[in-house]
Design a protein. Sequence first.
Length: 522
Amino acid sequence: MAMNSQGRQTRAANEMNAEVSTHTGNKALQIEEPLIFERGAEGGSGVDLPEPEGIMPRLGGQQAESAPELPGLSEPEAMRHYVRLSQKNYAIDMGIFPLGSCTMKHNPRLNEKTARMPGFSDIHPLQPESTVQGALELMDRLAGWLKELTAMPAVAMSPKAGAHGELCGMMAIKAALVARGEAGTRTRVLVPESAHGTNPATAAQCGFKVDKLPAADDGRVDLQAFKSKLGPDVAGIMVTNPNTCGLFERDIREMADAVHEAGGYFYCDGANFNAIMGKTRPGELGIDAMHINLHKTFSTPHGGGGPGSGPTVLSEALAPFAPVPFVVSDEDGFRLVETAAGEGEQAFGRMVAFHGQMGMFVRALTYMLSHGKDGLRQAAEDAVLNANYVQKRLSAEMTPAFPGTCMHEALFSDAFLKDTGVGTIDFAKAMIDEGFHPMTMYFPLVVSGAMLIEPTETESKFGLDQFCDSLLALAKEAKSGNTERFEAAPVYAPKRRLDETQAARKPVLRWQPEMAEAMAAE
Ligand SMILES: *Cc1c(COP(=O)(O)O)cnc(C)c1O
C-alpha cells in the first residue's frame, strides 16, 4: 500500500474512485468556497452606523446615484472567506515547492523582521530625501552586493520582476543601438529554443525580430548554429545560464566574444543565478545585461506575479542608458537621480512610478548579510548538490533528459511513461494525491513531456527522500499497469481535473451577477 507524504497509508487504488458526496459539497474541513460576491447579501456589514442626518452633499451633483456593488458581509464572514482562500493556496511554508526555473526556496523569518522595521516599512516615496537617508543607503548597499556578486559596474534597481528586468536590459540595448545610429539595421535577436517564454516576448515587445537558436543534443546552445546566425542585423542574444535544462552553457565566453565581434550585445537571463552565485561572476563571462530575480535567488517571497523585484546589472557599454531613478551619493549624503538630465542624461526613461520594491530590497539585503560571502557560495553549492541527489535517486525509475550531472535542477523526459498509458499530466496529478505540488511540467519545450525539478538548498535530506520515495513509487506503479489511479487523480483535492481546454478557449475573466443565476440553472 502506498504512503502519502506524511507517511500515512493511502487507500488502495481500486477504492480511489469511490467518491462520497456530502450534502454541503465540503470535503471534511475543506470548505467549498463560493465567490465573495455570491456570498454577500445587500445590507450585510461589518459595522452598524447610525443613519446620517442632515447631510448636505457638497459634490456639486457628482455623487453616485446608487451604492457601489460591493458584497455585504459581516467581519467574521469576510475574515473566514479570505482565510479559507489562503488555505487553498499551496505555499513554500507548507512543503517542498519543486517548480523548476522558479527557485522556490524558504523565505527566512529574519527577512520579515527587518522588512517590518518602521524605518523601512512606514516611509513614503514622496518624503524629503533628507528623512530617508537610511533607506537610500540600504538600496545603495544592496546595489553594491549585486554588482560585486556579478562583477558588473552598474545595476538598475527599479524593475519589479524578472520579466520587467529583461525589458529593462533590452531597452538599454535598444538605447545603445539608437546612440550608435544602428537601431534601424540591428533588428534581430537570437533566443534559444529552450528559453523561458518571457525572453522572446521581451525581445518582441522591444520591436526586435526573434530568431530561434536550436539546441544541440546535449541540451546546450548549438555553438556552430549560433555562429552561423550572426550578422550585421543582429542586435544581440538572450541566453539563460545555467540554462532551463539545468545545464551550464560551457561555451558562454566564446558566445559572448562572437556576438560582440558581430557588433551585438549579450543579454543573460539570470533567473538561475542561485546555481552560480559566489562561484562564477557573469561580468567575467562577457555579459552586457542580466536581471536577478530577488524573489528567486535572494529568498524574498514569490506571490501571484508580484511583489517581485528584478534588478538588472549592466556592463560599461550599457550603464549610461540605465533608467531613472537611481541612487547616487556625495558628501551631502544619498539622493535619487530622477530625471533624464545631468547624471541621467542618457537614461532610456523610467520604468516605475518610484524607485522599486523597497520591502524586497530590505529582505534581499538581510538574506545577503545573514549569509555573508561564504554562506551565499554554500547556498549555491547546496542547491546544486540537492538537485543532483534528486536526479541520481529518481534516475532509478525515471528518464533523465540529458546524461551527466546537472546544475540546480533535475530535468526528466516522459520516456519512462512510454506505453504505460499514463501521461505526464496524469503523473503530475497523482503527485497531488501524495501531498506534493508537482514540478514544472512540459517546460522546457525542447524535451518531450518535460518534468523540471528544482529542490533548492533549503530542503533537508529527509524532505528530499520523502519526495523521491513518492515519485519512485508512482513511477513503478505507472509501469506496473495501474493506470486507474492516475486517470482519476487528483482524488483527494477539493477540485478534481478542471476543463483546461474550456478555460483556455473561453476564459471567464470577470464575474457578472447573471452568471451565478445561469450556473444555478444548469
Ligand atoms: C522566472 C523566470 C523568468 C521571469 O521572471 P519573473 O520574475 O517571473 O518575471 C525569466 N526567465 C526564467 C528562466 C525564469 O525562470
